[in-house]
Design a protein around this ligand. Structure first.
Ligand code: AMP
Length: 282
């Protein structure tokens, strides 16, 4: 695997590969890699001649400085994992390399997707995500880019950005990869204490019960039920739970048979924020 820190070096390498008609698949990450990330790389390997992974902890998408500072950094181990996954190129730039002197975000209009869920609780988050992903797309110019449904709102927002700007890249959504006990894999999981880690599968267990209930119960009643479940778990603080339509991410009002719905959740274990979601059968 070749490792690049400078965008121009990566661009030069990619343009010689593109001249040989090699297709480029891209997996953007913030590092502290786990099997969830590797599942995206595996998907990318199946369809593309060359897979590029980026590791960049993007400062503009954090609204909380402590979360940014404590974001796990495990580059040596990440490189080992990427090599074992047969990743071809790693792009691991500094903040200056991406932002130069101006560490700020562009203002995007994602047709309202940015105001739902994460957008309500993480100010400026999606402007930061949009800015960095757009910049990385401009550098790499991939044919396909892979994003996890773990961050379903992010996936929809990236699709929106690509459609609105007619960017020449296909966005591929990949299923959520989970630990054996159901906890969605996340780089933040390694920050959990043993006690928090033991309790965390409760999040997915609750979502699975929501999926069962959605067959017969009204969304408001399910919301109340979820809130009550979390009141019984003092170590897990519910930030939000909502059942929303997949396309608009708007909270359900009346269920319509042709629409697709998902339940979304964000929970704090002390200062560690965990998110998850599940597809519901209509
Ligand atoms: P991150 O490093 O957390 O920014 O994640 C990089 C990419 O990996 C994003 O597209 C995430 O949605 C995806 N991802 C993270 N965790 C998982 C998971 N457990 N399953 C599938 N994809 C994931």
């Amino acid at each position: 695997m070749e490792i690049f820190n400078k965008k121009q070096d990566l661009k030069d390498c990619l343009s010689s590969l593109k001249a040989k008609e090699k297709s480029i698949g891209f997996v953007p990450t913030m590092g502290a890699l786990h099997e969830g990330h590797l599942s995206l790389i595996k998907k990318a390997k199946q369809k593309n001649d060359i897979v590029v992974v980026s590791i960049f902890v993007n400062p503009t998408q954090f609204d909380n400085n402590e979360d940014l500072k404590k974001y796990p950094k495990t580059l040596k181990n990440d490189i080992k994992l990427l090599e074992s996954a047969s990743c071809d190129l790693l792009f691991s730039p500094s903040v200056e390399e991406i932002y130069e002197e101006n560490i700020s975000s562009e203002n995007f209009d994602f047709d309202g997707l940015e105001h739902q869920m994460e957008g309500k609780f993480r100010e400026g988050h999606f402007n930061g995500v949009g800015t960095v992903v757009k910049t990385l797309f401009e550098i790499i110019e991939p044919k396909r880019a892979y994003f996890g449904q773990k961050d379903f709102q992010q996936l929809q927002i990236i699709k929106k950005m690509v459609n609105k700007n007619r960017l020449p890249v296909k966005i591929k959504g990949c299923p959520i990869f989970r630990e054996k006990d159901g906890l969605a894999m996340s780089s933040r999981n390694i920050r959990l204490t043993k006690e928090q880690r033991d309790l965390a599968p409760f999040i997915y267990e609750t979502l699975k019960k929501v999926r069962e209930k959605f067959g017969s119960e009204n969304a408001n009643i399910i919301n109340e039920w979820v809130e009550n479940q979390f009141k019984k778990q003092p170590l897990l603080d519910l930030e939000y739970f909502t059942i929303a339509e997949e396309k608009t991410l708007e909270t359900i009002e009346n269920r319509e048979s042709k629409k697709k719905y998902r339940a979304f959740i964000a929970v704090y274990a002390d200062k560690i924020r965990l998110i998850d979601n599940i597809r519901l059968k209509n």
